[in-house]
Design a protein around this ligand. Structure first.
Ligand code: NAD
Length: 412
């Protein structure tokens, strides 16, 4: 069984919602409504394989539309299941509320190993996923984006299929290629935000940003741009891993040269570490940016970082989170740390709707200042309630969603 299956991701998100709800004195019924998903669609996706058919399972879960159209990525990964998609959809509701963009939360996925698919198979899967779900999607209903195993190319196919069925509507999906209604800056936005949040956390704790050592698990969209962003801010990335393994150099890695290889297995380096062992390396800042549940009761005692910035969604189980905090680690939660992605998607969506495009400098400066605002507000709330950053982030988000939910009269 994979690490991500050992814990119950949706129950873990709802524990945090319940705790925030209690601190905010919300009624138990409201907490329970905020802990449920509005709509869950499960589909089968027949995929041609040689002269036969393999049937895959696909999902779209819409958690909340209280604050706006639902928003959330699509994941292609063999471990995707309904419970995980529910958890990720719910996290999107809290993330969009925390950073105060006019969206609700959703998530989608297909249980398939994306690394084993040909480009044609990937295109067939996303087109079938879109055709089966078109009735619940749309730029004012539910707007998908990339996640693990999907990218801007996948979003271009999704947009094209959507256009065939519903007509021109580029805001129906975000994370598209720049040449096809995408926004310059969106691709790097999640990783850039992670790096900015890492620097802000160090400063908040009177630690030097320049020279701070960083370790990253994951070298995909989030991990790559987080590494480049940390390097740009003067930090030293000493280790990084992908699914093929990890590389380590205590004097610092050259990220740009690592990027020239298809996987880290092809990189020319002297020291190698395992994909998961990388998490246990001594460093100032640890950025898990691959899978959920990777820091758990099995390895938590061996985690040595002072600061953990959650690039991935739910990389730390609840039990491990408690132990790390007791040991003095400062953890910046996923809904804050990786929110640059949905912030960037919001910029892309608004530009598509206005049929107007921003230069990348404007995109970056808006992103940086809004991330900074979300970070300092969460920090203030953590001081006010005397709680950790995760609890504070959920207090801010749950309060905003609960207000919208009650004002809409959804209780009658
Ligand atoms: P991706 O598919 O681009 O990259 C995933 C990376 O993780 C790859 O380098 C892969 O090799 C690596 N990986 C897979 N299994 C691994 C293992 N067992 N050990 C070490 N590395 C492993 O995905 P992504 O878009 O970078 O997403 C990563 C995480 O960030 C996910 O949890 C996702 O939900 C979250 N996230 C992504 C975005 C976004 O904009 N892409 C936004 C917010 C959160």
């Amino acid at each position: 069984m994979s690490e991500s299956k050992v814990h119950n991701p949706f129950a873990e998100v709802n524990e945090k919602v319940a705790r925030a709800g209690e601190l905010l004195n919300l009624k138990p019924g409201v907490i329970s409504a905020l802990s449920s998903c509005e709509r869950e669609v499960v589909i089968s996706i027949p995929l041609r394989k040689n002269d036969d058919v393999e049937v895959l399972t696909g999902y779209r879960v819409q958690h909340s539309s209280a604050r706006g159209p639902r928003k959330g990525g699509i994941r292609f990964h063999q471990d995707v299941d309904l419970n995980e998609v529910r958890a990720l959809a719910s996290l999107m509701t809290w993330k969009t509320a925390l950073i105060d963009v006019p969206f609700g939360g959703a998530k989608g996925g297909v249980a398939v190993d994306a690394t084993k698919l040909t480009a044609i198979e990937k295109e067939e899967i996303i087109r079938r996923w879109t055709r089966s779900l078109v009735h619940v999607l749309g730029h004012h209903r539910d707007i998908p984006a990339p996640d693990m195993g999907t990218d801007s190319k996948t979003m271009a196919w999704l947009m094209d299929e959507f256009h065939r069925l519903e007509g021109f509507q580029p805001a129906c999906v975000t994370g598209k290629p720049v040449e096809l209604f995408g926004a310059p800056g969106r691709e790097e936005a999640t990783g850039r935000g992670v790096a900015r949040i890492a620097a802000a956390t160090l400063e908040q704790n009177d630690q030097k940003v320049k020279g701070a050592t960083v370790v990253i698990q994951g070298f995909g969209n989030v991990g790559k741009f987080a590494a480049l962003g940390c390097e740009e801010l003067g930090m030293t990335v000493i280790a990084i891993s992908d699914v093929t393994g990890g590389v380590f150099n205590k004097k610092g890695l050259d990220i740009k040269s690592l990027l020239s290889h298809p996987t880290l297995a092809d990189a020319q380096v002297t020291e190698r570490v395992g994909s998961s062992e990388v998490l246990e390396i001594e460093c100032d800042v640890l950025i898990p940016a691959a899978l959920g549940g990777v820091i758990n009761e099995e390895n938590v005692e061996r985690i040595k970082a002072d600061f953990i910035i959650e690039g991935a969604n739910q990389p730390i189980t609840s039990a491990a989170d408690r132990k790390l905090r007791e040991a003095g680690a400062i953890i910046v939660p996923d809904i804050l740390a990786n929110s640059g992605g949905v912030m960037g998607s919001y910029f892309e969506w608004t530009q598509n709707i206005q049929e107007f495009s921003w230069p990348i400098e404007k995109f970056r400066s808006e992103l940086d200042s809004r991330m900074e605002k979300a970070f300092s507000h969460t920090h203030k709330v953590s001081k006010k309630y005397k709680v950790d950053l995760r609890t504070a982030a959920f207090i801010v988000a749950v309060e905003r969603v609960a207000k919208a939910f009650e004002m809409r009269g959804s209780l009658v």
